[in-house]
Ligand binder design. Structure first.
Ligand code: ATP
Ligand code: MG
Length: 219
């Protein structure tokens, strides 16, 4: 589904943050992306979300070389990727329901076509009772789950999550992990960036380990 070959990335004239990354992310796979703070986990997720272009190397996504894709087509491809940012990025003046529905609303979809989906998804992440409240009122774990629901509302083929358990206690981390595992069982590929060892130890999953610009993969 995704193929990287000798990919390198530097910001501006800075040092190369990622060097010679060569790997695949298969359809329906589940993996952790780990490594020390500053190793480049968020940077790699941004490459996977097509919000950064590599400074060298080749990236193929869904069968296409991303350098051949016209800018105007990027949003279409990006729709196939769901992302949960490290800092949530929920809009504080919109309710939980409206935040989750936003990606569809901006595309001009009619509310009647998605209302049931949004409500069901919010129930699935355990926010059925928090539909009409604003994000500032939500707890860290609730915000995290609202961000998960928003990333999933467009049924992406791959979900990228950046430190999804950084702001929650261990039982909530376990619940979130179970959500990601269930999603993966339903057929969505999942990449979780984390340095939470206790989280990773709970599942026997592939680990992509970034260190000093290089990537090691433990299957
Ligand atoms: N927009 C940017 N411009 C310049 N340098 C950047 C930018 N974003 C990140 N960096 C640098 O790239 C390196 C990797 O950062 P990145 O955020 O990808 O690491 P990370 O592994 O996600 O870290 P953390 O675990 O703290 O979230 C860091 O040295 C950082 O300072
Ligand atoms: Mg990061």
């Amino acid at each position: 589904m995704i193929h990287f070959e000798n990919v390198g990335l530097r910001y501006g004239m800075g040092p190369e943050i990622l060097r010679d990354l060569t790997f695949d992310i298969p359809k329906k796979s589940f993996q952790f992306l780990t490594g020390p703070s500053g190793a480049g986990k968020t940077t790699l997720l941004r490459l996977l979300f097509l919000s950064l272009q590599p400074t060298r190397g080749l990236i193929r996504m869904f069968g296409r070389d991303i350098t051949d894709i016209p800018r105007t087509e990027l949003p279409l491809l990006r729709r196939r990727v769901g992302i949960i940012f490290q800092e949530f990025r929920l809009l504080d003046h919109l309710t939980t329901y409206e935040n989750v529905a936003l990606p569809l609303r901006v595309r001009g979809k009619d509310e009647s076509s998605y209302k049931t989906d949004v409500l069901e998804l919010l129930k699935w992440v355990g926010l059925g009772e928090r539909i009409n409240v604003l994000p500032p009122v939500l707890s860290g774990g609730e915000k995290q789950r609202a961000a998960i629901a928003r990333a999933l509302i467009d049924r992406p083929e791959i979900l990228l999550a950046d430190e999804p358990t950084a702001n929650v206690d261990p039982p909530m981390a376990r619940r979130l992990l179970n959500l990601f595992l269930e999603l993966n069982r339903l057929g969505t590929a999942v990449v979780i960036a984390t340095h939470d060892l206790t989280l990773m130890d709970q599942v026997d999953a592939r680990r992509m380990i970034l260190s000093e610009g290089h990537l090691d993969i433990h299957d």
